[in-house]
Design a protein around this ligand. Sequence first.
Ligand code: ZN
Ligand code: ZN
Length: 277
Amino acid sequence: MKVWEIIITGCGTSHGNPPWGYPALWSDDLRDRRRRSGGILRGPRGQVVLIDVGPDLVWQLRDPFVRWDGRSYPQDSVVSCDAVLLTHDHADHCNGINDLRHLNRLMKGRSIPMYGHPEHLSVVEASFPYCFGNREEAYALGSPAIIGMPMVSGATSSIAGLEVTAVRMSHGPAGHTTGFRCGGLGYLTDLKQLPDESAERLLHLDLLVLDMLREEPHPTHLCWAEAQEIIARLAPRRTVLTHMGHEIRYRDWEHRLPAGVTMAVDGLRCPFTAQEA
Ligand SMILES: [Zn+2]
Ligand SMILES: [Zn+2]
């Protein structure tokens, strides 16, 4: 067993938090300042696997731990990428794709495989066709060089030495999304229901990173009561909540969560164990 870590580079909902233009919804607590959701998996040999490439990607790559002073050279920046895992094709998860070109550049033109469900990949490829063309030509033009790697639900692939299993989830009327099991980590965002056959693949987790939008029910995301049901079904050792709306204020929630459940903040890092493939 090897120890990997996930960095939660963003734990906010689709518009980012807190929303401007509504002074009453503002929060003065920096823990409520959330980028669009995403993560970085880092392996013991320096492997880097991104989960989603949302609109805040450039900040997430430059300053993954949210501790850069904004003036000095950002020592923590991400300068390589072995693969991307795509949960689905919504804008808050894929509209930062263009910023992958800087990683291609830093890797001297090496292309980046993007693993995802064939339906989501085809939407992203149709929206950003210039990112998926001829690799050498793309690099010469300064475009991202990405290779779509279709991964159907239930499939397991070895990605940068990590065994990754894709599981199908319902996003309510918004369609379906892909959850990922990577060794002892389960990363489940943008879900409304978890089918039984997917839940079976997510037992005995060290760490569950789970969508929890707000207290009130929502058509496409888990509310707190639904998140609790999933935590009870999967019984992970630890759960970290993500994709939170502005309604979820750290100060109000940190003391009401049960043992083993915490809220993410941008830049949070958590270890998990993985069988290296
Ligand atoms: Zn989302
Ligand atoms: Zn979504």
